[in-house]
Each structure stands twice: as C-alpha cells, then as structure tokens.
Design a protein around this ligand. Sequence first.
Ligand code: HEM
Length: 374
Amino acid sequence: MLKAGLVELALGLIIFINFTAQCHGALPFGFDNRKGGRASQFGFDNRNGGLDSQFGFDNRKCNGKGGHCLVKNGALQFGFYNGKCNGGDVEAIVGGVIQAWFKKDATIVPALLRMQFHDCFVNGCDASILLDGNNSEKTAPPNLSVRGYEIIDASKAALEAKCPGVVSCADTIVIATRDAVSLGGGGRYAVQTGRRDGLVSLAQNVDLPAPSISVSDSINAFAKKGLGAVDMVYLLGGHTVGVAHCSLFKDRLYDFQNSGMPDRTMDPMLLNILRSRCPQNATTDSTVNLDQNPKSALVVDNSFYQQILLQRGILQIDQELALDPQTKGSVIYAARGLDFQTKFAQAMVKLGAVQVLTGTQGEIRTSCRVVNNP
Ligand code: HEM
C-alpha cells in the first residue's frame, strides 16, 4: 500500500513538473514521437467550430511571455487515415512524391516549410493558401514568393489516384513539410492528421508578420495563434534553410530606420558581402541565404542560431531574436544544439494544429487549387 502510494505521489510530481514545464517553456515537453496520445494535447481551435472537436483552447493560458501553451486537441490524430485509403498508406504516398522531388530539387525544403507557416498563420491550417483566384491569399504580397504549389498538386494527385476524396489538402501540406524537413536533415517527427480544407481564401486576410517586426510584437502575433515565445524561437529556426530577397532587408544595409546608416547590429564583414550582393540601386532583386553558414544553408539544423549569435542574421527579426532579452536565452540554448530537432518538431506540430477545421467542417477538396463547388 505504502509503496503504491509512493509511486502514485512520484507520478503525480512528474506530471505536475511536466505540466509546469509545458506552460512556462523552461523544460522540454517530454514529447514522444512514437506515442500519439501525448502530442495530441497540442493544438487548439479558436473558431470553436466542430461537433467532433474537444478543443477548449483558452487564450489566457498563452500570454506569449512564457514558452509552450498547454492546449487540448482531441480532433487531430496520429494516423487519422489508417485504413481509410483503399489499402494505401497515405503518408507513404506523399513521402514517395516528396522524396522523388527532393532528389531533383533540395530547395523544396524551405519552400514547403514556408508554405506551412503561411497557410497555418492565416485562417488556420486549412490549405487556404493553395486556392487560386484573383484575390486569394496567394496574391497577397507576403505570399508572392511562396513556392511549392506544384509539389502539393503532385502529392494530392497521387493520393486521389489511390483514394479519391479522402485526404485533405491541409493534411497534405503538413505531411509533405514533415517529409521535406526530414530529408533536409531536421529529423523525422510524427504528424497529426484529420484536418479539413477551408472554403475561404482572401488576400485581405493575410496578416503575416513583416521582417521588421519587433520581438515583442512577434511574440504577440504568435500568442494569438496559441504559440508561445519558445515555440516562436524554434519556428523561426525555419530560417535555417532558404533565401530572402534583398528588398526585404536592404534597409539594414544602407538606411536603417531612417538613420542614413546601416544596422549597427550586423557583423561588418557580412554587411560588406551583402552590400555587394544587394547594391543600393540594383534593378534586380537578388537573394541570399537566410542561414549564413554556407555549409548548412539547406540543412535543417541549429546553425541559424549560431549565426544570429554572431550577428550574422539576415532579417531584422532574426537578428533581434538573438539580442532581445525575451528570446536570447532560448537562442543560446538552441545554438548549443541540445534539443533543436525535438523542440523544432514540437513547434511544427503545434503550428500544424492552429485553428484547424475537423469533423464535418470545411470539405475535402478534389483539387487543392479550387473549392469543390465554386
Ligand atoms: C516573425 C515571423 C516571420 C517572419 C517575419 C518571416 C519573414 C520571412 C521573410 C521576409 C522571408 C524572405 C521571403 C522572400 O525573400 O521572398 C522568409 C523566408 C522564409 N521563411 Fe520566414 N518569417 C517568419 C517566420 C517563419 C516561420 C515560422 C517559418 C517556418 C516554420 C519560416 C520559414 C521560412 C523559410 C523556410 C523561408 C525561405 C523560403 C524560400 O527559400 O523559398 N518563416 N521569411
């Protein structure tokens, strides 16, 4: 009896410590890729929609100052499509397409990562970014350089060939991104599925953060999506791959905040390189790697954090992450490489649960570019 009581007490303590850690971001989540149940505590819905959802997300639990927010999502599941695709393995079907594509073009890793962020941050992860139209989300300025739509089309075509009308475009983005991250060296994480596709996509809904956003405003923007400051730091680690156009950081090179001077937080050697790559009066908009470690510009790893600690961030927000007391600690921790893959995976899973449609909400699109009954 006494022994059982002690065991119970110990378990209670572990759960309490783990809960506290999740709310305040001080300790790792205790996330286990193989055990679906644990991670289905992520996610939330502030549309408060479906009959099937047991969300109960509470903004007050996520004040943006701490790290992870403990939120419930009973609707998304690991292996939602098991047994639903005429004997086909949905994740393997997408995986095959992504692997073949990656062999031809490794830049699909940044393309898909950015696509998932831009989908989930606007109207939730509902594939609204994929819809074509004169005034759809993809026509909004921050989305003009989003790439990879044809990769999702190819994945969806492979899925439709095996089981028509079963797998959502929203899930296809999340599965494809996971596979790309894994091929890019970021480790393989389990993804939840069961999202449905949205019916609305409007350019005016696109309120993505600008590269000059302050850390405080960015923390608030992520908090509105149920993502804590630690999640934000790890998600911005997505800038460990891919490129940025000169036009999006040129102010830092020549006339930072109307001072007539460059951004003093930028390493002078990098400044020189970027000035020659992005001349002030250039007529073309070139690109530079977001991760300035040349060996790892296409590898999903923690070198981005090491670079920003060396004042070699490209975007203003990236550099600020390493300087602002609200985020610096997480950046130093991530740069040491102790837990990047796990924390990045957790943050991606949480991002993938933002304002999802489930159950009977939305629809399963036949073509990702158009709603079923336009
Ligand atoms: C405050 C939040 C963020 C801001 C202000 C921001 C801003 C930007 C900007 C300005 C670019 C360059 C776009 C271009 O030149 O065309 C970019 C690229 C990129 N972003 Fe972000 N971003 C943010 C968060 C994220 C997150 C959370 C992820 C992923 C989890 C992400 C992944 C990427 C990737 C992979 C690229 C490179 C895309 C490519 O090479 O095609 N970003 N971001």
